[in-house]
Design a protein around this ligand. Structure first.
Ligand code: NDP
Ligand code: MG
Length: 386
């Protein structure tokens, strides 16, 4: 059979590496034809060699002069610059693109992939949070496959059902490393503590988002777009064991849940195999060993990012873009010890307060709004550090 030809953007990150793992596992079904990385040229070149990849993109302008790039396979072509991740996807020999870039930097690639009618396996949730109003009208049925585990779960809970008969979505949340902590305890947590997530091993940015619960707020907005529902439809429920990846409740009271091991290779693989299912070496759930599953309500007074995302999701327009941009600045500042953990939501709130909302009409407008929000967030940051 013909192999599916895939491009992986952000192949050096947590999701990117695990995607390469899936490709290694299913080399008879998947062919890697294009790869992008931002700055990790060493790992990019190694992956390009291993998989015999013909098109390689380096998006960080500082990294393009790295001498290691001279060791690319002879017939491989190098693309450079911020747009190069988009460029390598648009060739006819690419069937599906997995976008595993972190942050709003992934948006232009997501938009380009859908615009040229290719399948998009989307890990980059920021794309939908910021640009969902532009992306969803471009996505034909079956062309946008969520990789985010909760959304991959919800997507599967909808299979074979009439979406009009759904009553609500239960979006599960592990609670993160600081579950149960008070506001004053949160103000003193360190970067190291915040990076140690109990259930998943992820990149730095999403690890901090999981600790502030901004991740769950972003995921609620992501769900609005993917499943064409409103904020009241998407309930967040704390589920510490992270075995149920999310659920859909139907009008008759039946609830369909998706369960599995906490291993991102499962949703990554499904976004590549859909609608088929393939063998996976991932660990299995042994229900005899699962003594209990617990559930509870999130504490939005302590984890204020959830509240801010709720406001942004309800208002829509360019406000989610502001939420996301300010959060990216604040998370980066926290990671570099330039603010405290509880300053993150304060910075996001400040930027949101300054914003005049507007409907979304173009990628350029979103890029301007993003730049504006980053300036606001840096103002808030300056005040804090003074
Ligand atoms: P990582 O930080 O581990 O990896 C990010 C990747 O993006 C790297 O390949 C990096 O390149 C590249 N990159 C960084 N900045 C840019 C830029 N400005 N332009 C282009 N490429 C860039 O992130 P994760 O893999 O953890 O997350 C990726 C996305 O997937 C995020 O949107 C996240 O929310 C989402 N996601 C992640 C999950 C996880 O388990 N990790 C679960 C669900 C969703 P380099 O390393 O070369 O600098
Ligand atoms: Mg998730």
């Amino acid at each position: 059979a013909e192999r599916k030809r895939i491009a992986i953007l952000g192949c050096t990150g947590s999701i990117g590496r695990q995607t390469l793992d899936v490709c290694r596992q299913h080399a008879d079904k998947l062919e890697v034809v294009a790869l992008s990385a931002h700055s990790n040229t060493k790992e990019l070149v190694a992956a390009a060699r291993e998989f015999g990849v013909k098109r390689i993109a380096v998006t960080d302008p500082q990294s393009v002069h790295d001498p290691i790039l001279e060791n690319l396979p002879r017939d491989a072509r190098l693309y450079t610059g911020a747009r190069s991740a988009v460029d390598i996807c648009l060739f006819d020999d690419v069937d599906e693109v997995l976008v595993a870039i972190v942050g709003v930097a992934g948006l232009s690639a997501s938009a380009a992939v859908l615009a040229c009618g290719k399948q998009l396996a989307l890990a980059n949730k920021e794309s939908l949070v910021v640009g969902g109003d532009l992306l969803m009208p471009m996505a034909r049925p079956g062309m946008l496959l969520p990789v985010d585990s909760e959304h991959a779960a919800i997507f599967q809970c909808y299979q074979g059902e009439n979406p009009k008969e759904a009553h609500c979505i239960w979006l599960t949340c592990s609670g993160g490393p600081f579950f149960g902590k008070s506001r004053s305890e949160l103000s003193r947590v360190t970067v190291k503590q915040a990076l140690a997530h109990p259930a998943w091993n992820m990149g730095a940015k999403i690890s901090i988002d999981s600790a502030t619960l901004m991740n769950k707020g972003l995921e609620r907005i992501e769900a609005l777009h993917l499943f064409h529902v409103d904020m009241d439809f998407v309930n967040v429920v704390i589920h510490r064991e992270a075995k149920i990846h999310s659920m859909v409740e139907y009008v008759d009271g039946s609830v369909i849940a998706h369960l599995g091991a906490s291993d991102m290779r499962i949703p990554i693989q499904y976004a590549l195999s859909y609608p088929a299912r393939w063998e996976s070496p991932s660990p299995r759930l042994d229900f005899r060993q699962l003594s209990s599953l617990s559930f509870g309500e999130p504490d939005t007074d302590t984890f204020r990012c959830l509240k801010l995302a709720d406001i942004a999701g309800r208002e829509g327009g360019t406000l989610p873009c502001v939420l996301n941009a300010a959060n990216e600045v604040a998370v980066d500042a926290f990671l570099h010890d330039r603010c405290s953990f509880t300053d993150i939501d304060a910075i996001v709130e400040y930027a949101m307060d300054q914003h005049d909302n507007s409907p979304v009409y173009s990628l350029d407008q979103l890029s301007d709004t993003d730049a504006w929000a980053r300036i606001q967030a840096r103002c808030a940051l300056d005040r804090i550090s003074r």
